[in-house]
Ligand binder design. Structure first.
Ligand code: FA5
Length: 341
């Protein structure tokens, strides 16, 4: 009677183990068979106490064999689930180690630096030297040596950030002309790119901190024809085509005659927009023949030498070349903007 119960229990337990679909169902089968209080094998063991010693021995062996069989089946099934779980995980976390690694993200030069370098290359190829000058300048180099003495109204045209002891943040790259003349003397062909500062309000085409490229050529018999030739070469090289320009008289104390060169606004094609203040033209550079006073102040004899000079708004040039309709974008530091160049 008890022997039959044991065989039935073994068969039921093995079936339940075999049918378990997952670890939880398997655990339920284990508890049903071997649970401490309600485990079926436990119940049978209790019954055994009522048996005669001989029979108890026989039933005891039967019970142990049945328990052994169910335990082995439980262990096997447990292993199967563990293997399946591992296999699923390996499948999900599979990595193709033969794939090429993603390279490091590469930056690139700021559009201003790109154009600056292009212009440096151009002028180097035309026999010009590339000079550098300090951003913190003396009043002498920024103004006096350029024929702009202290009481001259032209000082008001460039709102200056003054520092202590007569120093200032240079308002233009023209002081590098003076440094070039002082250091190298005539004949001289130089350009000087750099950052300049003006205490003025900012709008779509005006920054307080922007870039200029200064140029100067001093030789015998330099004329306006030379100036126009170099300005044309510069604009064709940057834009890769003839872009409409206009030259109009402009006043700078360090040149005589002086001109301003405007380029047709390439943002609106000349129709008028915020960048060109609806005029269709954008002021790109100031230029002219070097004032004899400026040559004299730097120890160069104007009877023997003459020259031209220009100061180009590099930031404006970049705007025209790439169709950027707000100057503030260039120094805003927004990567989404810069990554386009
Ligand atoms: C000057 O700075 C003169 N030193 C240029 C010069 C050099 C004349 C040599 C003659 C001989 P001006 O202030 O006009 O000139 O500035 C030159 C150019 O810088 C302008 O044509 C314009 O393109 C650019 N520029 C001027 N102000 C700003 C500004 N706030 N933001 C951006 N670009 C500007």
């Amino acid at each position: 009677m008890l022997g039959q119960s044991i065989r039935n229990l073994e068969a039921d337990s093995l079936a339940r183990v075999a049918l378990a679909n997952n670890a939880e169902e398997l655990e339920a089968a284990r508890i049903a068979a071997f649970g401490r209080k309600e485990g079926a094998f436990q119940q049978i063991a209790k019954e055994m106490s009522k048996l005669a010693p001989d029979e108890r021995k026989h039933i005891g062996m039967l019970l142990n064999a049945a328990k052994q069989a169910v335990e082995t089946a439980l262990e096997c099934r447990k292993q199967r689930f563990a293997q399946a779980a591992l296999a699923a995980r390996l499948d999900a976390e599979w990595l193709d180690l033969t794939l090429p690694a993603p390279g490091p993200r590469r930056g690139h030069l700021h559009p201003l630096t790109q154009i600056q370098r292009e212009l440096e290359e151009l002028f180097l190829s035309l026999g010009f030297a590339v000079l550098d000058g300090p951003e913190v300048e003396t009043e002498y180099h920024n103004f006096d040596a350029l024929n702009i003495p202290a009481d001259h109204p032209a000082r008001d045209a460039q709102d200056t950030f003054w520092l202590k002891d007569g120093f200032l943040l240079r308002t233009h790259t023209s002081p590098v002309q003076v440094r070039g003349m002082e250091k190298l003397g005539p004949p001289l062909r130089m350009v000087a790119p750099g950052r300049v500062f003006r205490n003025e309000s900012v709008d779509a085409s005006h920054e307080h901190t922007f870039y200029q490229l200064e140029g100067m050529m001093i030789d015998r018999d330099v004329s306006v024809a030379h100036l126009i030739y170099f300005m044309k070469t510069l604009s064709t090289s940057i834009f890769g085509r003839d872009v409409p320009v206009r030259l109009r008289p402009g006043y700078f104390p360090f040149v005589e005659p002086g001109f301003e060169l405007d380029i047709q606004c390439l943002i609106c094609g000349g129709a008028g927009c915020a960048v060109c203040k609806q005029s269709g033209w954008v002021e790109l550079l100031g230029c002219g023949l070097v004032n004899p006073n400026v040559l004299r102040l730097s120890g160069i004899d104007p009877e023997e030498w003459s020259g031209f000079a220009f100061g180009l708004g590099l930031t404006r040039l970049v705007m025209m070349r790439y169709g950027i309709d707000d100057i503030r974008l260039l120094q805003g530091g927004d990567l989404r903007f810069l990554e386009q160049f």
